[in-house]
Design a binder for this molecule. Structure first.
Ligand code: PEP
Length: 252
């Protein structure tokens, strides 16, 4: 069932003290808010997940991880597995963020393995993808997005999409202050839904939530979220300030 979602990707920000403070502020701000069925997700760094889970108990905040390794355990120094995330109460993981792809060499093939590992461990996935500026300038944005989705997800059965949220994040709009226009976001989201419908049918494409990410702020969230195929946002910078995050959550 399609749901509105606002997810904050905290990236490598907020130490333990700042994590506790921000969770407390978000928790307080949304306590009495009319959320219109909007799911609120935060993704702190690995070391602060436990604390965030603990402090989000009995609130509407859900806690996600920003990444995970594809193996369940073994000689992978510095890595974290799906099992470990589940062990600290995390139920959702972000996979395929453009920073993971660009700085840590995550390919579609690796992401397909991570997707399998997350689903096998019953973790929900927020799967990110999006074109770079050069792709858009060359008019290749749909081809790039289509191949990212196909390569990492199209080996799955339709049923798997019950546990997948898609996040379209044009790389040129992430952390740059430049946002895709609401029309550009809508056009791409509608293309993504059609790509899913062609492969899996309308039952999958109508029910998957597709988030937009890329410099979403209180000032532009409402217009972007008003588009029919946009089901919310993956938020970077603006998720680090409780007031801004709250304005975005309540923008529906
Ligand atoms: C992100 O990193 O997923 C993101 C959308 O960042 P920002 O909102 O800062 O552009």
């Amino acid at each position: 069932m399609r749901k509105n979602i606002v997810a904050g990707n905290w990236k490598m920000n907020n130490d333990l003290k700042a994590t506790k403070k921000l969770v407390k502020q978000i928790r307080k701000s949304i306590k009495k808010a009319e959320l219109n069925n909007t799911r609120v997700i935060i993704a702190p760094t690995f070391v602060n997940l436990s604390a965030a889970v603990k402090r989000s108990k009995k609130s509407k905040i859900e806690v996600a991880a920003q990444n995970m390794h594809q193996a369940n355990n073994g000689a992978f120094t510095g890595e974290i597995s799906a099992e470990m995330l589940k062990g600290v109460g995390v139920k959702t993981v972000i996979l395929g963020h453009s920073e993971r792809r660009a700085y840590f060499g995550e390919t579609d093939a690796i992401l397909a393995e991570k997707v399998n590992a997350a689903l096998a461990n019953k973790l929900e996935i927020i799967f990110c993808f999006g074109e770079e500026l050069a792709d858009r300038k060359a008019g290749n944005e749909e081809a790039v997005v289509e191949s990212q989705i196909k390569n990492a997800l199209f080996h799955l059965e339709a049923d798997a999409f019950k546990n997948i949220v898609l996040a379209y994040e044009p790389v040129w709009a992430i952390g740059t202050g430049e946002t895709a226009s609401p029309e550009q976001a809508q056009d791409m989201h509608s293309f993504i839904r059609k790509t899913l419908a062609d492969k899996y049918g309308n039952n999958v494409s109508d029910n998957v939530s597709i988030l937009y990410g890329g410099s979403v702020k209180p000032a532009n969230a409402q217009e972007i979220f008003s588009k029919p195929d946009v089901d919310g946002g993956l938020i970077g910078g603006a998720a680090l300030k409780a007031e801004d995050f709250y304005s975005i959550i309540t923008a529906f």
